[in-house]
Design a protein around this ligand. Structure first.
Ligand SMILES: [Zn+2]
Ligand SMILES: [Zn+2]
Length: 220
């Protein structure tokens, strides 16, 4: 029987601000106006005609879009609900996977501030706590909507699930296109960067890992 966690139980899961690595962002309207001026100066120097009706507002839209695309630092209160379940031990508990994917995500690479985007697949083997399936999507977005790298997004998803649910295992697979390498110079390519992260049972059990890939439709 699922039940909402009490405050005491929630505290046992650790500090959500630390687990989710949150940073409160205080950006004043004056700062935003200055950022729009910087963007306008750069766009214009790089060749954009800012005098047309289509582009007059582009610096403001650009700053706003960048701010929204990195809102993952602010957290997601809807992520905090975790449900109690029963662990009866045995193979069901050690081997039954809960898998969600593909979960589309968009992130900004911290080296170029350009997008990398792709799909995430997240799996875990529940012990005494489960999380709503839609929360896995929220968790991916929480860490993706930042200035980051693909490796860190995967690690943060795996570690956060590990701390929030104390499950028997966590599996995270990410595949993404990195625009910073794909849209510049002669390096244009459509190759995918793939990363995997394993915690708990997945770490020791190769059969579990292949089952995860098969269940994701990735046919390994
Ligand atoms: Zn980059
Ligand atoms: Zn268990």
């Amino acid at each position: 029987m699922a039940a909402l966690m009490t405050l005491d139980e929630e505290r046992d899961q650790g500090d959500p601000v630390a687990i989710m690595d949150l940073h409160r962002r205080d950006v004043s309207p004056e700062q935003l106006r200055r950022f729009e001026e910087y963007a306008a100066e750069m766009f214009s120097a790089f060749g954009m005609d800012l005098d047309s009706t289509a582009t007059a507002d582009t610096p403001r839209r650009f700053v706003r879009a960048l701010f929204d695309a990195t809102e993952g630092y602010e957290g997601d209160p809807k992520l905090l609900t975790v449900f109690e379940t029963e662990c009866r031990g045995g193979p069901d508990c050690r081997l039954s996977q809960i898998i969600e994917g593909p979960i589309p995500f968009y992130a900004l690479c911290e080296h170029h501030a350009l997008p990398f985007h792709g799909q995430a697949y997240v799996g875990y083997i529940a012990h005494e706590r489960i999380i709503g399936i839609s929360k896995l999507t929220r968790l991916v977005r929480l860490f993706a909507r930042r200035f980051t790298v693909q490796e860190r997004v995967g690690q943060q998803i795996a570690d956060a699930l590990d701390k929030m649910l104390a499950p028997h295992g966590v599996a995270v697979y990410l595949e993404a296109h990195h625009l910073c390498t794909q849209m510049r110079g002669v390096h244009e390519t459509s190759s995918l960067t793939r990363t995997t992260f394993w915690r708990g049972e997945y770490d020791q059990n190769a059969a579990l890992r292949s089952e995860f890939f098969v269940a994701c439709g990735l046919h390994r």
